[in-house]
Each structure stands twice: as structure tokens, then as C-alpha cells.
Design a protein around this ligand. Structure first.
Ligand code: RIB
Ligand code: CA
Length: 309
């Protein structure tokens, strides 16, 4: 079991990724750090707490609030897809407490890096603002982590915000540039890979029907907006962007890797450039095996859930 910190901007696919992570025995998620992205950071933090209250993982991770805006530009959100509240605008979530005001996300990331070093897996599911701020605070400690798994980028495929840029990189290109330049053990899970993992609505519903109850019902409800918007945009289902990054965090063999040198363009483009590789990029995905793991672990029947549930 490896210690992990997940930086996230929940976000419907982030929510599915967190539920997957909490049911994956290979990872011990000791902290969630929230970042402005899909929604403003206060909503991202509320959503992290909502999901913790829904699933009650054990151990329960610390929640640390992070950057409220990108390093050097105004925030672009993705509320059209995720809803104004970031989780499908259901309107009936039980109330949760306000997130703690300290320590902040960068402090928590640096602290985890200092304590765990090479044992730590840092998973970034949103814009890289918090990771860049952690590097600014203590690059030496953050540079010692074992793995940085990032959902983001569009290397040889079109972007999803501009024709050439993927959302997480587009929101904060300055942060992405600093992270790429830091020499971290960076594993990028771009749209090239995540678009191979498009889950049909019926597939999710069939899996949730195996474990009826409040968790399954809530997952089906908040996921519905993503399916609805996706189908309106001509998609065959929901691309499991962030869940695939978590999948790779606990099982890197789920994808084939390519060592690449990337540079970040002014709009967050992830461009191949010449020179020594500065990351490895997920390419072909073992989609059947990934879907099996995802659907098996997202909301297992209560008989197979950890004692905390
Ligand atoms: O481009 C997909 C990424 O942007 C995912 O992390 C999704 O949650 C959004 O943040
Ligand atoms: Ca995300």
C-alpha cells in the first residue's frame, strides 16, 4: 500500500476517480488537496467533503484547500459539463462543514513529500497550480517523490477546450510549464489515453445495479449530467479522464508508456519537442481490464466494502 495525495477539482470525473481510489487497496490516500478548475476552489472543497461524507473511506483523508486561481491568469471553469456546483447540480446533498482553513494544499503536498519521499505517489486531477506552488515552497522535497501522475494534455489528439489544448493544462499553462521543468518523475495521462476509456451510461448503470443503495444512487444521479452533456456533444458515454489517472496510479501496466519531451504552449498546448524526455506519456490503454477494475471498485456490494462503510 503506497501513501498517496490526490490534488483535485471535483468535478464529476474527479468524484468517480476519488471513489475508485478509496476502494483501491494499493493506495493509502492520506490527503485530498483541492484546486480551482472545474469549479471555484470553495466548491471543489465542498464537493470533496460531500464525497467523503458519502463514502466514508478509512482512513479518512485530510482535506486541504488550495489555489483559488491559476498562477498568472483568470480562472476558466467547466461548469457547463460538471454543473454550477461541480457535481451535477443535484441540489439535495446533505450539508457538510466548511473545509479547514489551514494547512493549505501546497503545505500538505510539501509535508507529504518530506515524510514519504520516494514512497509518495502524487496524483493531480486538475490544473497544476497547487503542484507548482508546492515546488515554489520546497522544490528539493517535492523533487524526491516517487511518482507524479497527472491527468492532462493532448499530445497527438485534438484538445477539449481549444483545438490543441486540454482543460487542465489550458487553465494554468504557467503551472504546467513549471511542473514540467522541475524534473519530477512525471507520468502524463492525456486525452490520447483517456478518450479510449469512454464508459457508456448503460455500463455504469449495470454495475451500480449490482450494489443498490445510497452510494450507488448518488453516483448514478451526479454522473447523469456528464452523460447528458456528453451525448448532446455526440459522445458515446463519459470519458473516464480522472479515473484512468487513478487507475494508472495503482496499476501502471494498464497503459503502454512512451518517453517524451514535451513543452507547454501559451494556451496550454502539450507539444512534442526534441531533447531528452521529461516525462512518460500514457498511450494504448487496456480498456477492458481498466473498466473491469473501475466498475468492480467504484461501488462494490456492501459485502465487499471495507469495514468503515
Ligand atoms: O480534460 C479533462 C480534465 O479536465 C479532467 O480532470 C476534468 O475533471 C477536468 O478537470
Ligand atoms: Ca479534474
Amino acid at each position: 500500500m503506497k501513501p498517496a495525495v490526490i490534488d483535485t477539482d471535483p468535478g464529476i470525473d474527479d468524484a468517480l476517480a476519488l471513489l475508485l481510489a478509496w476502494n483501491s487497496p494499493e493506495l493509502r490516500v492520506e490527503a485530498l488537496t483541492t484546486v480551482a478548475g472545474n469549479v471555484p476552489v470553495d466548491l471543489a472543497s465542498t464537493n470533496a467533503l460531500r464525497l467523503l461524507a458519502l463514502r466514508r473511506p478509512s482512513p479518512s483523508p485530510l482535506v486541504a484547500v488550495g489555489a483559488s486561481s491559476p498562477l498568472a491568469r483568470p480562472l476558466t471553469t467547466a461548469t457547463r459539463y460538471h454543473g454550477e456546483d461541480g457535481l451535477g447540480d443535484l441540489g439535495d446533498w446533505p450539508a457538510v462543514a466548511s473545509p479547514p482553513t489551514s494547512p493549505d494544499a501546497a503545505t500538505v503536498i510539501v509535508d507529504a513529500a518530506r515524510r514519504h519521499g520516494r514512497e509518495l505517489t502524487l496524483v493531480a486531477l486538475g490544473p497544476l497550480t497547487n503542484v507548482a506552488l508546492a515546488l515554489k515552497a520546497d522544490a528539493e522535497s517535492v523533487g524526491r517523490i516517487g511518482r507524479l501522475v497527472v491527468m492532462g494534455g493532448a499530445v497527438d489528439v485534438p484538445g477539449n477546450v481549444t483545438p490543441t489544448a486540454e482543460f487542465n493544462m489550458h487553465v494554468d499553462p504557467e503551472a504546467a510549464h513549471r511542473v514540467l521543468a522541475a524534473g519530477l518523475p512525471l507520468e502524463l495521462v492525456p486525452l490520447d489515453a483517456t478518450r479510449q476509456a469512454v464508459l457508456p451510461r448503460a455500463g455504469l448503470h449495470a454495475a451500480l445495479a449490482q450494489s443498490p443503495g445510497p452510494v450507488a444512487g448518488r453516483i448514478q444521479a451526479f454522473a447523469e449530467r456528464a452523460f447528458r452533456i456528453g451525448h448532446a456533444d455526440g459522445e458515446q458515454g463519459m470519458a473516464l479522464h480522472d479515473p484512468l489517472a487513478v487507475g494508472v496510479a495503482f496499476d501502471p501496466s494498464l497503459v503502454k508508456w512512451e518517453a517524451v519531451r514535451l513543452a507547454i504552449g501559451p494556451d496550454g498546448e502539450t507539444m512534442r519537442v526534441s531533447g531528452m524526455p521529461n516525462c512518460r506519456v500514457a498511450r494504448a490503454v487496456d480498456v477492458d481490464r481498466f473498466f473491469g477494475l473501475f466498475l468492480d471498485r467504484l461501488c462494490p456490494p456492501t459485502s465487499r466494502r471495507p469495514a468503515s462503510s
